[in-house]
Design a protein around this ligand. Structure first.
Ligand SMILES: [Zn+2]
Length: 132
């Protein structure tokens, strides 16, 4: 358990800019430092401005959002492919499986960046402390 003893920070935070930075996988505060140290591992601190990123709690949120979007895209693509081209089922499996994997892997880092940015902008989970 972490104790938060410092005074809350009341300075306004630009949510729109934080979201843009998060979607670019950059620090939500400065937009310069990389948010991730590897594919989906959030750094402890921003290498540019030093923002403490340990309060982030993205958990499964990015995965749910990515599943929601990818399933709609793939489902619509399935309908289009079937109605217009009448492809062989195994060809459709190959195309749609590849599409699903590529979309999911491409969308996960920006989705996680979005969640971390929203948490920072809304002072959630300890992002409201003065030093965070
Ligand atoms: Zn930063």
């Amino acid at each position: 358990m972490t104790l938060h003893t410092s005074a809350p920070d009341e300075t306004p935070r630009d949510t729109r800019q934080a979201i843009k930075n998060g979607l670019r996988c950059k620090c939500p505060r400065c937009g310069e430092g990389a948010l991730f140290s590897s594919y989906l591992k959030v750094q402890a601190n921003c290498p540019s401005c030093g923002l403490d990123l340990t309060p982030q709690r993205a958990d499964d949120g990015p995965a749910y959002v990515v599943i929601l979007i990818v399933c709609h895209v793939v489902g619509i693509t399935l309908g289009i492919l079937w109605e217009n081209f009448r492809m062989e089922p195994m060809m459709m499996v190959a195309i749609l499986s590849t599409l699903t994997i590529v979309l999911a892997l491409a969308m996960l880092p920006p989705a996680k960046g979005l969640f971390v940015a929203m948490q920072w902008a809304n002072r959630m989970h300890g992002f409201g402390r003065a030093e965070a």
